[in-house]
Design a protein around this ligand. Sequence first.
Ligand code: 13P
Ligand code: SF4
Length: 303
Amino acid sequence: MKENTLEKLETLKKEKNAVILAHYYVDGEVQALADYVGDSYYLAKLATTLPQETIILCGVNFMGESAKLLNPEKNVILADEFADCPMAHMVEIEKIEEVRKAHPDIAVVCYVNSTAEIKAHSDVCVTSSNALRVVKNLPNQQIFFIPDNNLGRYIAKQVPEKQFIFHDGFCHVHKSITKENVLVAKAVNPDAYVLAHPECTGDVLELADFIGSTSEIIDYATKSKQEKFIICTEMGIFYELGQKNPEKKFYSVGHRQFCPNMKRITVEKVIKALEIMEPAVKVDETIAQKASIPLQKMMEFAQ
Ligand code: 13P
Ligand code: SF4
């Protein structure tokens, strides 16, 4: 990145009392300028501890909303207002109500990749890195896991004592990684370990040596004695994997590991957002009051 771009950013951050948070799926050059980079849980938790008045979020809409719901008094700016996760819209409120009616004791467990409105109708939120802990710690025996089918099934296998109802939501990026993609990558590099995100389909997860959230994948690769890894998640993660492990080799599983929404965030948009303090994340007051409860609960149950 050019030196004058960095200087401009530093000046603007001071002037606006702002901090920049980024997810591992945004472009490497955006991750490079961020003050903090992390997975969804880390970013949500971190947002509650920062002294700055403004948070510039480099990620997708639900991440901006989570930061705003947990910090209603702060300005939360999403670097691109159209960066939205399709999975976040995959549940209908009527469906939640229908399941609640049929199963009065069920806990509606909502993957954080959901709109604030869906969160407002849920009991507790989870991310890929805390879902297992949260589900285990819940007193409820019955779980309605929304929206991600793959993550829900992955968690359910590890909690056989509870009964699950799944939804049919999915991440198009992870769903498009096939078992055949992984087998081809493995045939080329048989000694490479397969690291996969739990949003991948069950047959891809069966081939994985390790399954985890983005930061768990990075941690695993960094601590591992292995030198070669096949990565089954969005390609933005290669930036931090390479930064932390310049001597190790990371292989993709094909051309589809690309989230077009995460890639909407550019350095220019981050600078513009800082200059004009827009687009600000806004959540309807009534929805915000209800939606912040399952997020707070996630923080308690994830301890
Ligand atoms: P994590 O970084 O929490 O693993 O989330 C993955 C994801 O799909 C975010 O959009
Ligand atoms: Fe949504 Fe998948 Fe993109 Fe994450 S990678 S923002 S889950 S579409």
